[in-house]
Design a protein. Structure first.
Length: 382
């Protein structure tokens, strides 16, 4: 909100205050430090899965709610994945000196996720020790210690904690432990309970209307079914220019996408079945799997919306039907939201086997823009 002279932010009130206040009174017990660290890693991993890198993680930016659960705040210095340069790295030097990773100081470009892991390592040390691992009245001397990874663990640190910290505070980002490996570490696994993000009634909203809906999940789903019955899907036309554009030689996406082969985020298949049959089959697949809700659209699109929260949010799949002739259709299936690996697994184990009897041929479309040549594709033959 804003007036002529002021800008106002309405924010969540986090009753427990800063985690820093607890550490300022002295080091924490190992069990308490581990629990906060587990929640911190869960939150940071959630951010990274959505292409957000915090870049200023420290106890002052970690708040506690009334239950004592940790919340990450202050994303003022955060970066998004699409701000990376052509080398795939971030280049802005920022953060709090005592918590910043050595590669950020050296100004040679850095991986936002690996820089955040370093900061998490410093936080873990502070929680367990009550003081910073890298500290000096001379800022340049402190930077030298950070660059070399020079720190000493107090004598009360157990061997497994020392080994974990040596992996977290590894000055070489290429050998520093990743979050995927960290969550498998024996010390980290003790009493670990992953947090599942969901609405209070168990729903995750798939759109604005769902987010502000006053009904229950069952009522909303029943309403969707009534609406779907009234919607008649009318396939979009697919003309000669559309067919020509499918040729590898006319695909310019490789000029703009990143290099390297990636998992296909969309696929295309041809069929001689009518649009009504295609839509019915997609609805059957959603109902059988129990993982999706279906929404029909008059423009020829059928949307499969995931019911559960995945690693990168709800998996959402769009199937768009195009009419080439009354007896021949092209269907484009693509991931519109969610994790590509989850999408690929659903396609391989659920979608393709269930559509096998109505599909003439499948064609994968890699994210890199490379369109594989297919000599027996009906689309290529037309």
């Amino acid at each position: 909100m804003a007036s002529k002279s002021k800008i106002y932010f309405a924010m969540e009130f986090v009753r427990g205050g800063e985690l820093f206040s607890k550490v300022a009174r002295g080091r924490l017990r190992e069990e308490a430090a581990r629990q906060y660290f587990q929640q911190l890693i869960g939150a940071v991993d959630f951010c990274h899965s959505r292409g957000v890198y915090h870049r200023d993680l420290k106890p002052e930016n970690l708040l506690l709610d009334e239950k004592g659960d940790l919340k990450v705040t202050d994303f003022g210095l955060s970066a998004l994945a699409d701000t990376q340069r052509h080398d795939g790295l971030l280049h802005t030097t920022c953060g709090t000196p005592a918590y910043v990773a050595p590669e950020v100081i050296n100004k040679r470009g850095y991986d936002g996720a690996k820089a955040d892991v370093w900061s998490c390592g410093v936080i873990l040390f502070v929680l367990l020790a009550g003081f910073l691992p890298f500290h000096d009245s001379n800022l340049m001397e402190m930077y030298r210690k950070i660059s070399r990874g020079e720190f000493r663990c107090p004598n009360w640190f157990l061997p497994d904690v020392r080994r974990l910290l040596s992996r977290l505070l590894d000055p070489n980002p290429s050998t520093r432990i990743t979050i995927a490996k960290l969550v498998e570490h024996p010390w980290f696994r003790k009493g670990f309970k992953p947090v599942q993000a969901q609405m209070q009634d168990g729903r995750v909203p798939d759109d604005v209307d769902a987010a502000f809906s006053t009904g229950t999940a069952a009522q909303d789903e029943e309403e969707d079914k009534k609406k779907n019955k009234k919607v008649i899907v009318r396939p979009a036309s697919f003309n000669a220019f559309d067919i020509i554009s499918l040729s590898k030689g006319f695909d310019l996406s490789g000029l703009f996408d990143g290099c390297g082969r990636q998992l296909p985020a969309e696929a295309r298949f041809t069929t001689q079945k009518p649009a009504a049959t295609i839509v019915s089959r997609l609805e059957e697949i959603a109902e059988t799997s129990g993982s999706f809700r279906v929404k029909r659209k008059e423009d020829g699109t059928v949307k499969l919306q995931g019911r559960k929260e995945g690693r990168k949010g709800q998996l959402s799949i769009d199937a768009e039907i195009f009419e080439v002739t009354p007896s021949f259709h092209v269907v484009e299936v693509k991931k519109s939201a969610g994790d590509t690996l989850e999408y690929q697994e659903f396609c391989d184990r659920g979608l393709k086997p269930s559509l096998q009897d109505i599909v003439w041929t499948w064609q994968e479309i890699p994210m890199s823009g490379e369109l594989p040549r297919s000599t027996d594709s009906p689309v290529s033959a037309i």
